[in-house]
Structures are given as structure tokens and as C-alpha cells.
Design a protein around this ligand. Structure first.
Ligand code: P6P
Length: 331
């Protein structure tokens, strides 16, 4: 029986007791991930005080300038997770190819995909950033390959994010609801603060980068224009940090759109380690996530870093957006 204030570890053990014949491997893997989150939180929260702010002087595989904390977050997750012996391989937004498990450690049956520090361009201006992760099963005896990662979002066994904001929050789902934990730095534990989050069916917030509006397809333009009808009283809220925008809308209700458009016909955000995990969380909270025409979690991936159009949030808001969606020609 969950009680507000119980630790994430205690909550996990409660969940494990509900899984027959569980050997505790997943719980152990997850506990390692929580340690990595605490280390990254410590570094992010003191970034202003020591010289790890600012750019690292080179670009990542996405062609984006890498911030030093990106590297630290990526390396922290890799080093913490590979030792546990529960992973067959990992994949990171910061690394072109899959990350094999060092031969000195046993290999496990799970795959971890992550964006180590999403929104990192906001670090230097003290805007919240986040880690997003997705966990898949890898039931093969051979060395994991990229193909093992190319599973639809419905195959995720776990998804979540860590939000490094005014407080550090750990939000995750294993398919039994979406739950939020807040770090108490004085004891170094994540404590249950938001059990079984439910996103309102209707929101009053929309989040989109309207500087792209000229490039949006006619259906997207029509939908967002409709939200501005004063009788609807929607508020525009856009931080430019996906985890922050998503988390606010998850708790308050609303819709986040990073749509495919004429300039970015494939969309901007990553399917495997951004859209899929957030889609699992929002669906477990009663919301919806689509490309505008297709459920995100039913997309069969074709490449590790593939992008997608993303429309995610309150169920009725996403359905209204889908009802107006068109292609570039307005069809
Ligand atoms: P834009 C940050 O770089 C990010 O990947 C997400 O965190 C955020 O939602 C999006 O890009 C912002 O993109 O084009 O509006 O700056």
C-alpha cells in the first residue's frame, strides 16, 4: 500500500511484489538509474558555482553544440548503469551508435535509451532541464544490435524522466500508472509526492514555438489559431525545455506541439528516447500522444535517432488537434 512520502525504493519494492516470479533484476537496474539521477542533480544544481557551465567546444551527433553537463550526464548514466549487469546495451542522444556493455561486466536482458540532459542549451540561463529514459526488453543471446532497439513504444517496459527544476523530480511508469517522486536533498531520497498522476481530459494551456508558425501545415495553423479565440481562454506557455513543458501540462492539463512542418518534415524531437517515453507516461496518466495523425507508440522505428512530429497532452486537446490535422497541401 503506497503512502505519500514513501521512498522510491520502497515504492519499487511494492511494485516488484506484484510481479510473480520477479528476480529483482529490474528493481536493481532502476535503483542504479536513481543513483545516476541523484549524481546529475547534484552537478546541475551547483553548475553555476564550478567551471562546468558553457559549451564543451564540440558538437554531438545531432550537430548541436554540446554543453559540458551533457557530457557529465551521459557519462554518469553509462558508468553507473553498465556495472549493474542488467543491460544488454544502451543508446544515448549524445552517441551515434549503440553503447555496448564493457566486457568486464555481465550483460542483462534490458536496453536503456536516454536523452541525458534534454534542453541543455538552457543550462547557462538557469532554466530547468531534464533526463528522459526508456527501457525495453532484449531477449536475445547474441550481442545487442541497433535492430534490437527498433521496437515500437508499446513495447516499453518502463519510461520516465528526471526534472532538474526548483526541486528535482523523478516521474516514471512501468505500465501501472504514472507516479512522481520529489528529491529530499537532506536525506538524498526521492519521496512519493504525486501518486498515480492523471492529466485533465481538457487543458487550458498550449505549448508551441510559434516562431515556426509560418512553416506549419494549414491544419496546425488552423488548430492553434482556434485556441486563441478569446472565448476559449487558453494560455500560451513555452519554456523551450521539453521536460519542463511536458511536466507542467501533465499536472495542469494542456497540449504540447512540436509538429512536422515545411522546414522540418520529419519533426524535431526524437522518437525512441523523447516521444516514446513521454507518450507512455501521458497515456498511463489518461492523456494521448500522436504525430497529429498516428499514435506515437505504434510507430515502428527505422533508425535509432529518428525524429517525429509530436502532439501530446490532454486527451480531448490532442483529439481536437488530430481532427484538424493536414499535410503541407492542406489535405
Ligand atoms: P525550439 C531542446 O533543445 C529541445 O530538444 C526540447 O527540450 C525543446 O522542447 C525543443 O528542443 C525546443 O526547440 O526549436 O523551440 O528551440
Amino acid at each position: 500500500m503506497a503512502t505519500i512520502g514513501m521512498t522510491l525504493t520502497q515504492f519499487l519494492l511494492e511494485e516488484q511484489r506484484c510481479v510473480p516470479h520477479s528476480k529483482g533484476s529490474f528493481t536493481s537496474l532502476f535503483t542504479d538509474l536513481v543513483v545516476a539521477a541523484k549524481i546529475i542533480s547534484r552537478e546541475v544544481n551547483k553548475a553555476g558555482l564550478i567551471d562546468i557551465l558553457g559549451a564543451a567546444g564540440f558538437d554531438n551527433v545531432q550537430g548541436e553544440e554540446v554543453q559540458k553537463l551533457d557530457i557529465l550526464a551521459n557519462d554518469t548514466i553509462v558508468k553507473t548503469m553498465e556495472q549493474g549487469g542488467h543491460l544488454a546495451a544502451m543508446a544515448s542522444e549524445e552517441v551515434e551508435d549503440i553503447i555496448p556493455i564493457n566486457k568486464r561486466y555481465p550483460r542483462g536482458k534490458y536496453l536503456l535509451l536516454f536523452d541525458p540532459l534534454d534542453g541543455s542549451s538552457n543550462i547557462d540561463v538557469n532554466i530547468s532541464v531534464g533526463t528522459i529514459f526508456s527501457i525495453l526488453k532484449c531477449d536475445t543471446d547474441h550481442e545487442a544490435t541497433v535492430e534490437d532497439f527498433l521496437q515500437a513504444g508499446v513495447s516499453q517496459v518502463c519510461a520516465g524522466y528526471v526534472l532538474y527544476g526548483s526541486s528535482t523530480m523523478f516521474v516514471y511508469s512501468t505500465g501501472h500508472g504514472t507516479h512522481g517522486f520529489t528529491l529530499d536533498p537532506s536525506v538524498g531520497e526521492f519521496l512519493l509526492s504525486h501518486e498515480n498522476i492523471k492529466i485533465p481530459d481538457d487543458g487550458q494551456i498550449y505549448s508551441a514555438n510559434e516562431a515556426n508558425a509560418e512553416e506549419w501545415y494549414p491544419g496546425t495553423q488552423k488548430y492553434v489559431k482556434g485556441l486563441k479565440d478569446r472565448s476559449r481562454a487558453y494560455k500560451g506557455r513555452y519554456v523551450g525545455s521539453l521536460v519542463s513543458d511536458f511536466h507542467r501540462n501533465l499536472l495542469r492539463g494542456g497540449i504540447f506541439l512540436y509538429p512536422a512542418d515545411r522546414k522540418t518534415p520529419a519533426g524535431k524531437l526524437r522518437l525512441l528516447y523523447e516521444a516514446n517515453p513521454l507518450s507512455m507516461l501521458v497515456e498511463q496518466a489518461g492523456g494521448a500522444a500522436s504525430t497529429g495523425t498516428e499514435r506515437i507508440m505504434e510507430i515502428t522505428p527505422t533508425s535509432l535517432h529518428q525524429r517525429t512530429s509530436l502532439v501530446i497532452g490532454s486527451k480531448n486537446d490532442v483529439e481536437e488537434a488530430e481532427s484538424m490535422w493536414t499535410d503541407a497541401e492542406g489535405k
